[in-house]
Write a protein that binds this ligand. Structure first.
Ligand code: NDP
Length: 316
């Protein structure tokens, strides 16, 4: 076990964690960032980012994360790959252990662990995981060139994944449980105008089938009505895009969560119920969940840490 002391431990990367690292570094707080096993978080699995300010020609998720990360390193952030597996927020300095053998003591903590893709909960999802079932079109879409795929969900992620896949696959079916899409108007119109995307409204998936690999999905349309219809849809790929679950498991003993598992913060700030522990980004934001709002919240958390360390006389 290597022991490290820091004035600010940032747990998790993504726009929130890396932005918090830029601000705390520039404030001479010398943060330690434990960036997880997927440095950059969810954005590293997306393609085009067209709505991040200052990027008039767009950028990609991985590029944006690499840019913010290198900006944090430039100002002196100590960024390490690894997972925080255990914390003790009962006394200060706070303590954390990582799966890479670090034993950390921290005067303050920013939690920015993001959220993970949600699954439907069908037993077959695990059976065909990597054999036709995926929660990341940009990671796995390549394997479905000229094949038939489905995306489940009606939000921006589902539309984005369907559009991405429509440039590779022959047919894309968007399985939407409601009679309408939840996605932004611009994404809706792109999906509805794409000739090889078929939107299946009012449709739920009840199971998957196939011998070794996925061969299709059992669907039900208009469930619970006089028009209820069950049918099988032949597919090579089945992509989940039904939202995310915040990554809070390791903190739940100490940190107050809302009913959906998101970290509760005070007012419009980033303070959790434990003084000195702050939260930023998707892990604490069930509403906006954008790269830019996560980055903004990372900035707020850094400023909150600076104020906290000053008040506690822990600066310098
Ligand atoms: P959302 O929560 O917005 O949408 C989830 C979708 O999955 C909804 O259509 C929901 O249906 C459906 N769903 C949830 N559970 C189930 C289930 N058990 N069975 C079937 N369908 C289900 O999540 P997203 O990941 O799409 O988006 C999260 C946030 O990120 C949003 O704010 C979004 O705007 C943003 N985003 C922005 C992007 C961009 O600007 N480029 C790209 C991607 C995301 P229902 O509508 O019935 O609840």
């Amino acid at each position: 076990m290597a022991e490290i002391k820091t004035r600010c431990l940032i747990i998790g990367s993504g726009p929130a964690g890396y932005t918090a690292a830029i601000y705390t570094s520039r404030a001479n707080i010398a943060p330690l960032v434990i960036e997880g096993m997927q440095p950059g978080g969810q954005l590293t699995t997306t393609t085009e980012i067209e709505n991040f300010p200052g990027q008039p020609n767009g950028t990609t998720g991985p590029q944006l994360m690499e840019d913010i990360r290198s900006q944090a390193i430039k100002f002196g952030a100590d960024i390490r790959t690894g997972l925080v597996t255990e914390v003790d927020f009962s006394v200060r300095p706070f303590k954390a252990k990582t799966n890479t053998g670090l034993d950390i003591e921290a005067d303050s903590v920013i939690i920015s662990t993001g959220a993970s893709a949600r699954y439907l909960g069908l037993p077959d999802e695990q059976k065909y995981s990597g054999l036709g079932v995926s929660a990341c079109a940009t990671c796995d879409g390549f394997f479905y060139r000229k094949k038939r795929v489905a995306v489940v969900g009606g939000g921006d992620t589902a539309c984005e994944e369907a559009l991405y896949l429509s440039n590779l696959a022959s047919d894309v079916f968007l399985i939407v449980r409601k009679p309408h899409l939840r996605a932004s108007k611009v994404m809706q119109s792109r999906v509805l105008n794409k000739s090889n995307i078929k939107v299946l409204f009012n449709t739920n998936t009840t199971g998957l089938y196939g011998d070794e690999y996925l061969e299709g999905a059992h669907l039900v349309e208009n469930v619970g009505t006089s028009n209820e219809q069950h049918y099988d849809l032949a597919l090579d790929g089945f992509f989940l895009a039904i939202g995310h679950t915040p990554n809070t498991g390791v903190f739940s003993q100490y940190i107050d969560l809302d009913a959906s598992g998101y970290i509760k913060v005070k007012g419009s700030g980033t303070q959790t119920n434990v003084p000195g522990v702050f939260a930023a980004g998707d892990v604490a934001d069930p509403i906006y969940r954008q790269a830019i709002t996560a980055a903004g919240m990372g900035c707020k958390a850094a400023l909150d840490v600076e104020r906290f360390l000053n008040e506690e006389g822990l600066v310098g």
